[in-house]
Design a protein around this ligand. Structure first.
Ligand SMILES: Cc1cc2nc3c(=O)[nH]c(=O)nc-3n(C[C@H](O)[C@H](O)[C@H](O)COP(=O)(O)OP(=O)(O)OC[C@H]3O[C@@H](n4cnc5c(N)ncnc54)[C@H](O)[C@@H]3O)c2cc1C
Length: 251
């Protein structure tokens, strides 16, 4: 059978590479950041993800997608994994993968859900749960480059204990505004009662549509559809709304 030629850069992205776990960090009771060393990592753009493949001793293999949390640079990549109860892969990555262990990584993947530092327009980031991961990569690149592009992050979590990157977001950065929507339990001094993200939240903490921001919406499928729908009904141009759904993946 004839083989299809794969161009060089694409070929590199499709190739599985060994990734060694070099550090684990607790982000919440149910989420960990895993730092991997990948020799010859080609680099990535903020917003992209990788595929992670695990192979058991008996040859059984499975893979899942995880967003890159880190700013690009060097041979290290950071992923933040949220435990899915009864999940096959996420509990293993969180509980069992030890420093020094190897997994395989392929990527980076994705060319639409990315923020490029040369984009001049304001940015609205809308996150549901672990959907904040690729948005954090955008925030980190912006900080690393000293960019002054105005960023607003609207981050929906069940309760304060579920927040990822809390201390880093609390430290803030010039021109970055972070607001929280708590769906189950609000901390003392919270600015709204517990409940799901509404159009009013987007009006209060987002950008007006006529500022023509680029909006990045990421999280579980239902959250993404609701938030993107609300942005459209507030007048945002659908072409400026980029979405990433964290539904089940792999196989
Ligand atoms: C592009 C992309 C990027 C992603 N980035 C991240 C990331 O940065 N961090 C992260 O933690 N996850 C991320 N995910 C989700 C991740 O790929 C897995 O789906 C997740 O870790 C669950 O895998 P599992 O093997 O533990 O669960 P599975 O064994 O696959 O599923 C167990 C049960 O949970 C349900 N389920 C599976 N995934 C989810 C989910 N995400 N939310 C709710 N229920 C689910 C399944 O339908 C099933 O009933 C991303 C997904 C995509 C498509």
């Amino acid at each position: 059978m004839a083989r299809t030629a794969v161009p060089g850069r694409l070929g590199a992205r499709l190739r599985w590479q060994a990734a060694a776990l070099v550090e684990r960090r607790e982000e919440s009771a149910t989420a960990r950041t895993l730092v991997f060393e990948v020799d010859g990592w080609a680099g990535h753009l903020a917003g992209q993800h990788v595929d992670v493949r695990l192979t058991a001793e008996d040859g059984y293999s499975t893979q899942r997608s995880y967003s890159l949390a880190s700013a690009p640079g060097g041979d290290r990549v950071e992923l933040t994994v949220q435990r899915v109860p009864d999940g096959e892969v996420s509990p293993y990555l969180i509980d069992d993968l030890a420093v020094g262990d190897l997994v395989e990584i392929r990527g980076p993947v994705g060319g639409w859900f990315v923020w490029r530092p040369e984009q001049p327009e304001p940015v609205l980031l809308v996150a549901g749960g672990s959907g904040v991961v690729p948005l954090m990569s955008m925030i980190r690149v912006r900080g690393m480059l000293g960019s002054r592009v105005p960023f607003r992050l609207l981050y929906s979590v069940r309760d304060p204990g579920d927040r990822l990157y809390g201390p880093e977001l609390d430290r803030g950065a010039p021109g970055l505004d972070t607001s929280y929507v708590y769906t189950r339990a609000v901390p003392p001094g919270g600015k709204r009662p517990a409940g799901r993200l509404t159009e009013q939240d987007l009006v209060r903490w987002g950008w007006p549509a006529d500022f023509e921001p680029t909006c990045y919406v990421c999280g579980p499928t239902g959250f993404v559809e609701a938030a993107a729908g609300a942005l459209v009904s507030l007048g945002h141009d659908p072409d400026r709304i980029r979405t990433e759904r964290f539904g089940p993946s792999g196989g």
